[in-house]
Design a protein around this ligand. Structure first.
Ligand SMILES: [Zn+2]
Length: 172
């Protein structure tokens, strides 16, 4: 189905999900992040925000492991235009993006895997469930598509560690 949108970049055919991309909020360890903060960062007009039409992630994993949905998603195998989030320019129409609160050391600069035990567990469960629902998906880290440290850990290694089959792990 072709859907028209005021934003030409999302005037697109709905496509199958190819990637589940993991991000961090690039905030200090042990600092909570709210969905409102993310909305301000991404949706407010520049210079305060990025001026995007939609936030960068569908789900936010809080420090205590609770998962907050930021953008409605009907969970089918298609990325509908209204489900598109702006995590990585160029692949958003075939991606679902999730984010954990954290990713920076206490200095606020150095990339660091700051996931709490609860976040690791929640992320693991989310990713494994996602693969069950979308058996063709490949799990990736933002850094695999852009020169960034995000999400501040080796996603390929972690995927293997939690037993994800290589067919579901993105290799560039
Ligand atoms: Zn990212």
């Amino acid at each position: 189905m072709i859907l028209l949108s005021p934003n030409p970049s999302i005037t697109t055919m709905s496509q199958n999900i190819k990637y589940l991309v993991i991000h961090c909020t690039a905030t200090r360890e042990f600092s909570e992040v709210t969905s409102d903060q993310i909305r301000h960062w991404h949706l407010d007009p520049p210079p305060a925000g990025r001026g995007w039409k939609q936030v960068g992630y569908t789900h936010l994993i809080h420090l205590n492991g609770s998962i907050e949905q930021l953008v409605p998603n009907n969970d089918d195998n298609i990325v509908d235009p209204w489900e598109i989030t702006n995590g990585v320019a160029g692949i958003n129409s075939v991606s679902v993006h999730i984010v954990y609160a954290g990713g920076l050391a206490a200095d606020g600069k150095k990339a660091k895997d700051t996931r709490t035990k609860a976040q690791v567990l929640a992320m693991r469960n989310f990713v494994l469930q996602f693969i069950l629902k979308h058996p063709e998906v490949k799990v990736a880290g933002h850094y695999q598509f852009a020169p960034k440290a995000c999400p501040s850990f080796d996603v390929t290694f972690w995927c293997r560690l939690i037993g994800i089959k290589s067919q579901n792990i993105y290799v560039p």
